[in-house]
Ligand binder design. Structure first.
Ligand code: TXA
Ligand code: MG
Length: 349
């Protein structure tokens, strides 16, 4: 049976997670909120516990996990930082972005079990900022390997209910800390490549990273599902809902014209719409299932996965995501939507 611990919304009763932290240290799986999405945690030094993560998620053993630490000083226990330039860059990134939504891929220490890193000689490391994640890591006194707490290829969970829906009785503990703050996953930055390369855009923007290391590169790219997982987490289907989803992109007027044309061709169908408030308010059609995501990149990120899950549960024929593109966090949001759409885009040119 899954034990659920509900933390109060002001996080004033964090001590109630102590039994979960003890169980985590002793090999049980604990789902917990981070500032990005909920994670499914296991003691990163216990390969049998880590193996249970892959089974619970239905995740391929080729996809490595992120190791979560309580503070940046512990990084050298997990990662090898003998290279002075690497040590200096990690120190600068850590002091600017940790705790926070940045994962660094670094050369691994031999003490990390090979199933954590899917047999690679690198390890992803991050210090999360959420008070519950921090308390859990502090009480557990071990590094915690944690992927997002969803079934493989489902959208990441941003509420405890999403975790329960996906993983239900497959996990021993679920800490309910309410909705997560950011709503999309951490930025994954590979420090073992030269120049350092963003593998997954996320909560820390590429612009912000380049303020610290100007040479950082990012090339949006997608591998086919039958290719070897060169960049794990890059597969097109990664965030796909069951309902077919299309991106509609262009200038505001074009997007409105295109969606009206789509609607006209789909008489009698149940149509879902994901859009910023500015576009959603223009559509104003009572037969559509419209989820307005707000107008700032932050509100769109925070609502995105819940909106995709809600629309996917509404037995729709199709979902259209309208005009959600731009700089900063919008780069990460567009990346997730592109994957949710499995690459299907409608534009006027
Ligand atoms: O915000 C987040 O990052 C959340 C919270 C729970 O921390 N975690 C998360 O984990 O999204 P996951 O496993 O769903 O995604 C981690 C991504 C995957 O695409 C994985 O392949 C990549 O990071 N990754 C982890 N270790 C890696 C490594 N050594 N080399 C390359 N990519 C790595
Ligand atoms: Mg994931």
């Amino acid at each position: 049976m899954t034990r659920v611990i509900v933390v109060s919304s002001d996080f004033s009763n964090l001590h109630i997670i102590l039994p979960a932290a003890d169980a985590l240290r002793h090999g049980e799986l604990v789902a917990f909120p981070t500032e990005t999405v909920y994670g499914l945690g296991a003691n990163a030094l216990d390969s049998a516990a880590v193996a249970k993560i892959f089974i619970a998620k239905g995740r391929p053993a080729t996809d490595p996990l992120i190791v979560h630490l309580n503070n940046a000083q512990q990084v050298s226990k997990i990662a090898r930082l003998e290279d002075p330039l690497l040590a200096e860059q990690v120190q600068m990134l850590a002091s600017n972005f940790w705790p926070g939504p940045l994962t660094l891929v670094l050369p691994k220490q031999p003490t990390i079990p090979s199933n954590v890193t899917a047999g690679r000689d690198t390890v992803g490391v991050r210090v999360p900022a959420h008070p519950i994640a921090q308390a859990l890591l502090r009480y557990a006194r071990v590094p915690v390997a944690a992927p997002s707490a969803n079934r493989f290829s489902h959208p990441s969970p941003t509420q405890a209910l999403h975790v329960y829906t996906d993983l239900g009785e497959r996990i021993e503990w679920l800490i309910d800390g309410g909705p997560t703050f950011i709503g999309i996953e951490s930025t994954v930055l590979d420090m073992t490549q030269s120049p350092p390369t963003v593998l997954r855009p996320g909560g820390v923007t590429i612009e912000a990273l380049r303020q610290i290391i100007p040479s950082i590169t990012y090339t949006p790219r997608v591998i086919q599902d039958d290719e070897a997982a060169a960049g794990p987490g890059m597969s097109l289907k990664h965030y796909a809902p069951k309902t077919p989803l299309y991106l509609i992109e262009g200038k505001d007027e074009e997007v409105i014209k295109l969606i009206k044309r789509e609607i006209a061709q789909r008489v009698g169908q149940r149509i879902g719409i994901l859009a910023p408030d500015s576009i959603a308010s223009i559509l104003d059609d009572p037969t559509l299932f419209i989820l307005a995501l707000g107008n700032t990149p932050e509100s769109i990120a925070a609502r995105l996965y819940t909106a995709i899950r809600d629309l996917d549960a509404a037995a729709l024929d199709v979902i259209f995501a309208l005009h959600i593109k731009g700089e900063g966090v919008l780069i990460a949001i567009r990346d997730r939507l592109f994957r949710a759409a499995e690459g299907k885009i409608i534009t006027s040119h």
